[in-house]
Design a protein around this ligand. Structure first.
Ligand SMILES: [Zn+2]
Length: 81
């Protein structure tokens, strides 16, 4: 009885981690589409469109900046003007 309950729990963890992965991909696509609408600048490192982002922590917390839509593969950044 106890073993059956444990394996059921493990299955739940696996299922939720798969959902998170597909949700991340959806968000990436949406960010890229929005970047084009706003005439965002191109990334200085790889040339892809950039997306408006907000720093969540650190010195610039709450400050908006341009971040590469290819993040985290590319960490190109631009300051908002
Ligand atoms: Zn880039």
């Amino acid at each position: 009885m106890t073993q059956a309950a444990r394996s059921g729990c493990a299955n739940n963890v696996e299922g939720s981690s798969r959902k998170a992965t597909s949700r991340e991909t959806e968000t990436d696509i949406r960010v890229e589409a929005r970047a084009k609408q706003e005439n965002a600048p191109d990334c200085p490192d790889c040339g892809k469109p950039m997306a408006r982002r907000k720093a969540r922590s650190g010195q610039n917390s709450g400050k908006a900046f341009w971040g590469c839509t290819d993040y985290p593969s590319c960490t190109g950044l631009r300051n908002m003007e």
